[in-house]
Design a protein. Structure first.
Length: 345
C-alpha cells in the first residue's frame, strides 16, 4: 500500500524517510504514474493520483473511476469535493477565504470559520458543546492508498476522548458513487469519555435550489422533523412523505428525522446521501439519523448530516458508519421530481 509520510511494499519494499509535503507529492506522483506496480494496485476502473494543486493546496489526492472524482486534502483532514469527471466543481461548499491555507491552531475562531467539504465529529454534541474536540476537526490527517484503490485518512488520537478516527474512501466501479466508511477506534481512556458515542458525518454543500428528506411512514416524527430545533415555517414543507427545505438567507435552521437518505438539488446536479440504518438501535438527538442545517448570509452553505447509532466504546473497540454519495445530473425537472427520481434509484 502507499502511505504518507512513507511507502512500503512491492517495488518500494523498503521504508522511505520522512519527507516534506512537496517531496512526498513527487514520490506519490511517480508511483501512481507507474501504476503503483507491486505496491498498491488500483481497483478496476479506479485511479488515484495527486494534483499540482487544488484551491492552492499541494497535497490533494484525486480518486476517479471514469464518471466521478473525489478530492481529498489530508492537510485539512477532509473530503473537499465530489464532482463529475471533467467538471471543475461539484456540490460541496469550499470556503474561498481558507483556500490553500494550512490548518490553523484554533480553526474555529471567528477569523477562520469552516473549510467546507465533508468531515466527522462525535455525537451527541451535548457532550462537548463547542468547539469540536481536538483532532476531530483541528488536525491534519495521515493517509494511505490501499491495494483495492481506496484511500484512508487517519487522525491522531484525541487526548480528550481517547479516540482515533479512520475514514476509508472508495469509488464504485462504473457508477457515480462514492462510499465512505468512518470508524472511531477507542485507543486509550481519554480525559473525558462520553457514556455513548455516535459517528456523525457533516457534508457542507453549496446553497441549493432545495433539499429533501423522506419521512418514514412509521417513523418517530410524523410532522417530518424533530421539534427540538423548532419547525421552519416559511422554508419547510412536507408533502406525500417528503420533507422539502430551502435555505433562509436571514436565519439558521435545522431539521432532522429517522430517515436513511437525504437529497441535495442544485441547478445542474443532484446529490443523494445514504446511511445504513440499524433497526432497534438508539440514535442521537432523540432518534435522528438524518439532519440538515442551513446557514444564513453572508456565508451561504448548508450541511447534510448523518448520525450512526449510539454505542459505549471501550479501549480496543471500534464503531463504524457507512455513507454512500451518489451524484446525478439534473435534467431540468422540478426539484421535487429530481429528488424523487434520485431516491428511486
Amino acid at each position: 500500500m502507499l502511505t504518507g509520510p512513507h511507502l512500503s511494499g512491492g517495488a518500494f519494499c523498503r521504508t522511505l524517510p520522512p519527507m516534506n509535503p512537496a517531496s512526498l507529492v513527487a514520490v506519490i506522483a511517480v508511483v501512481v504514474a507507474a501504476g503503483l506496480s507491486g505496491c498498491a494496485t488500483t481497483a478496476a476502473r479506479t485511479t488515484v493520483r495527486t494534483v499540482e494543486r487544488h484551491r492552492g493546496w499541494h497535497d490533494a489526492i484525486v480518486m476517479a473511476n471514469g464518471q466521478v472524482e473525489a478530492v481529498l486534502v489530508p492537510s485539512v483532514g477532509r473530503l473537499m469535493q465530489f464532482r463529475f469527471v471533467g467538471s471543475p466543481d461539484g456540490p460541496l461548499w469550499e470556503n474561498g477565504k481558507l483556500a490553500g491555507q494550512p490548518m490553523p491552531p484554533k480553526p474555529w475562531e471567528a477569523s477562520h470559520g469552516s473549510y467546507g467539504g465533508d468531515k466527522t465529529w462525535p455525537a451527541p454534541q451535548s457532550v462537548w458543546n463547542w468547539p469540536p474536540p481536538d483532532v476531530f476537526d483541528a488536525a491534519p490527517l495521515a493517509f494511505r492508498v490501499q491495494d483495492d484503490g481506496s484511500v484512508v485518512l487517519v487522525s491522531p488520537v484525541s487526548p480528550r476522548f481517547g479516540i482515533r478516527t479512520e475514514r476509508k474512501f472508495s469509488l464504485v466501479a462504473d457508477a457515480p458513487v462514492l462510499r465512505v466508511v468512518t470508524t472511531y477506534e477507542r485507543v486509550v481512556a481519554g480525559s473525558e469519555v462520553p457514556a455513548e458515542v455516535s459517528v456523525w458525518v457533516i457534508t457542507q454543500a453549496k446553497d441549493p435550489v432545495a433539499m429533501f428528506i423522506p419521512v418514514p411512514a412509521s417513523g418517530r416524527f410524523p410532522e417530518g422533523t424533530s421539534k427540538q430545533w423548532g419547525i421552519p415555517k416559511d422554508d419547510m414543507t412536507v408533502r406525500d412523505g417528503l420533507l422539502r427545505l430551502t435555505r433562509d438567507r436571514k436565519d439558521s435552521h435545522k431539521v432532522g428525522n429517522d430517515a436513511g437518505s437525504m437529497v441535495w438539488v442544485g441547478d445542474l446536479e443532484v446529490l443523494r446521501i445514504d446511511i445504513g440504518l440499524e433497526p432497534g438501535a438508539t440514535y442521537p438527538d432523540g432518534g435522528c439519523s438524518a439532519e440538515i442545517y442551513t446557514n444564513p448570509d453572508p456565508t451561504p452553505y448548508v450541511e447534510l448530516e448523518t448520525l450512526g447509532p449510539l454505542r459505549a466504546l471501550r479501549p480496543g473497540q471500534r464503531l463504524s458508519a457507512t455513507n454512500t454519495y451518489t451524484l446525478l445530473h439534473r435534467d431540468g425537472e422540478a426539484p421535487e421530481t429530481a429528488a424523487r427520481r434520485a431516491l428511486a434509484r
